[in-house]
Write a protein that binds this ligand. Sequence first.
Ligand SMILES: Nc1ncnc2c1ncn2[C@@H]1O[C@H](COP(=O)(O)OP(=O)(O)OP(=O)(O)O)[C@@H](O)[C@H]1O
Length: 570
Amino acid sequence: MEGCGGGRGLHGVRDSTWDSPCLPWPPGLSLGHSVAGDMAFPYYLGRMTDWIINEDDPSVFIRAVWDMSLLAIGSAVTKFICDVVYKETMNRIHMRIQSQVFSSVLHQEISFFHANRTGDITSRVTVDTDTVSEVLSEKLNLLMWCGMRGVFLYSLMVQVSLRLVLFTTMGLPVILLVPKLSGKFHQNLAKQVQESLAKANEVAVETFQAMPTVRSFANEEGATQHYGQRLQETYRLNKQEAAAYAASMWTNSLALKVGILCYGGWLVAAGDISTGDLVTFVLYATNFSTAMEGLLSTYPSVQKAMGSSEKIFEYMERMPQISPPGTLAPPALRGHLQVQDVWFSYPSREDTPVLKGVSLELHPGEVTALVGPSGAGKTTLVALLERFYEPQHGRLLLDGRDLRDYEHHYLHSKVPPATPASSNHKIPPDPSPCDFITPLSPPPDVGEMGGQISGGQRQGVAIARALLRNPRVLILDDATSALDTESQLQVEKEIYEGVRAGRSVLLIAHRLSAVERADRILVLEDGEIREQGTHWELLACQGSYWHLVQKQLNGDEEGSSRDSVEVGGL
Ligand SMILES: Nc1ncnc2c1ncn2[C@@H]1O[C@H](COP(=O)(O)OP(=O)(O)OP(=O)(O)O)[C@@H](O)[C@H]1O
């Protein structure tokens, strides 16, 4: 068996996965003991038959009974120990595979999560690993057991009668060929079942995630129907899979057994073998046929697991499509951030650049604001600064060193973003010593995707989390739009206090009143920096910024009717 010691599993797995959970003693040996115990029965039954027919010395009969009893006990005990050790080992392997797939997925680049559906990824980590584990812990055990029985029995059958073995062997191709042919077909079907199940899961996950939308469009019936259609597809494939499985089972050839009895009877009559030998052989052959049946019934499951394991190992062996982080972690960081001639397009739309030669600088002790219409590329720039993606052209430098050179945890603690998305996970009971968070008082568990807190609380938590890290570069991406006026003033106080202490701040805001105090305002439009200057300088130019301000004043842009803009100071 390959599962123990180095080597690769069903379809190849890194050695480390399989190294540690080795069986404490050679599994083949203990399995051999157990199988050999089982195999002795036909032999002793044969001897007993001869004794009954010939009425030999009674001690032969008593010895046979004793030997059989001892072997039965020995075989049962060894099998029990074997099963316990094997299952324990396989459980550990399952746990390891599952956590390795999970960890491997977590290390993928962000675009991987955009390219693959959440349901598919979850299915890989849970359903597929379960399938493989089930096969490892049950079916593979059975497969080894049946395989070993088959080998033992065959050699014992050879010892009893070579002629009968040759006769039996003629029926073997039927037994061995059919599963090979049906196996491929079954493996294909198993893969399709897994994919269809993943799609059904995806529909369920997406529906639950968008539950408020489903409710407000009264689309519960539609969503149920959609899910039902997916399940129907899975059901149809499952039926086909079951039929393929049954087809691979029928090879248990009754004709073979009848043939052995007829031919064996003729050999006994001809005096080639004894009646006891025939009894022994028939029992061996029956056991052999059962072992072959076991192999056949297990084989499709192993094929199925191979389909699942292929996908698991695809994930486990996938290298993230982003440069690995560096090791740089200087004790002191100024927070001078430079974006130099950055061009970027998303992997899913490679021919549509979102950022077109963007250059900007964040200086320690200054607030730099980035404004622009929706879709201009502001959040994309933040994603690059967070190293979710890498630009196709241009450089991102922190204190003169490329962002890629910095150690992963160090970089994210020194340059944390405050975005609503960063508050979606569970938070500690006391998220922050920051004053503004107290009145917002979020619950310790924010619920899935932050669903149990208000927009304002979410933003408060996000800012508190970012500030808690005492960052050198603070990035606020539309982080204060849902805060009430009092909380917003407190956040601004925190921000500007941090700036006085030498922090660099990048402030992205739709509500233009929030950026008026910034030391510099950059206007990003269609992926390009169109203007930069202070609030007053930009107003005086009457360019893009002035137009944005006018739009908000006139209430043209979404939400601006609620947020009156004071052009002239906060
Ligand atoms: N993951 C993605 N894959 C492909 N295109 C994307 C992705 N995320 C954003 N985009 C596209 O990139 C462009 C810029 O989006 P981005 O979110 O950076 O704009 P934004 O200026 O932050 O907008 P807003 O102010 O509304 O948040 C948009 O055209 C958007 O559709």
